[in-house]
Write a protein that binds this ligand. Sequence first.
Ligand SMILES: Nc1nc2c(ncn2[C@@H]2O[C@H](COP(=O)(O)OP(=O)(O)OP(=O)(O)O)[C@@H](O)[C@H]2O)c(=O)[nH]1
Ligand SMILES: [Mg+2]
Length: 315
Amino acid sequence: MAAPVLDLEAIRQGGKPALARALAAIETGDGSDAVASLLDAAVADPKGHVLGLTGPPGVGKSTLTDTLLKRWRKAGESVGVIAVDPSSRISQGALLGDRTRLKTDPEDTNVFVRSMAARDRLGGLSDHAVGAAALMRAVFDRVIVESVGIGQSEADIALVADTILLCIQPGSGDSLQFMKAGVMELPDVVAVTKADMEQAARRAVADVEGALTLALGEDASWKAPVVAVSAATGTGLDGLSDALDGHRAHLLSAGRLAARRARQNRQWLDQALKSRFGTVGAKLAAKVDLPDAETRPFAAIKTASDALKAALARL
Ligand SMILES: Nc1nc2c(ncn2[C@@H]2O[C@H](COP(=O)(O)OP(=O)(O)OP(=O)(O)O)[C@@H](O)[C@H]2O)c(=O)[nH]1
Ligand SMILES: [Mg+2]
């Protein structure tokens, strides 16, 4: 039996303090069997839908997170937020609270916001953030992972998100940059933010639509909708909400969601091993007899890491 702090049902029943304790254990007790089995239990019993919200600095991600959070809470859904902070490695997390700019009602037990450090490379998701997303997905109806950056963070958000929402600011030329970086292949929905800047927003929507027709997403049966939104005036928020729900419905048909998550679980193993042991280590792990990475990714990561550490110790 797992210690109560690492028992999924106890976390579900225990409210925010229980979840906070479990997340702290994920961050500090990295690599323990108890953490791995908690996370695999969470993987086996997902409850919510994970929205990965990404885009360049200052584009309006947190404002949009706040808006979606309020909207979903009004509809009676519970919401967990993970804000991935690229600066916290330097600031030791001191700025985290300011950065998310989320003011949630402390009395509301159905909303939970957690800031987490990014890994070394700019904006990339840490293994902890991946574990936290898996756990929060088993606890809340909706999970939002907000991650800043251009390039790597967009690719990393695909590790955890069921739906990727890419935010682009009017007049920024971002869509051209994203095209070059291959990022336009990733989003399931694109939001052109700050649509109160009307003319520039219309032009940006056209630019993005053009860029998307040239990008080949991996799911040929889904065409990413582009929605102009203004958190300031409320314009386009219904359309954005419809687009997000539309993508969720799309995933829920034909087993796409389960297939996407199974693929992510395999990628977690690969990424976790690469970040700890490099590409050579990740290749060596193929020789180890591992738990099934699609259904028990965290046990697989733990077993492979232990085997590689033992092999290194023998050198
Ligand atoms: N005009 C206008 N300004 C907005 C809108 N949404 C956000 N902003 C402003 O844009 C700035 C950045 O917004 P944030 O939501 O903090 O952006 P972010 O992408 O989370 O920023 P980082 O986390 O620092 O990368 C703030 O000054 C917001 O007030 C909008 O719809 N219209
Ligand atoms: Mg932000």
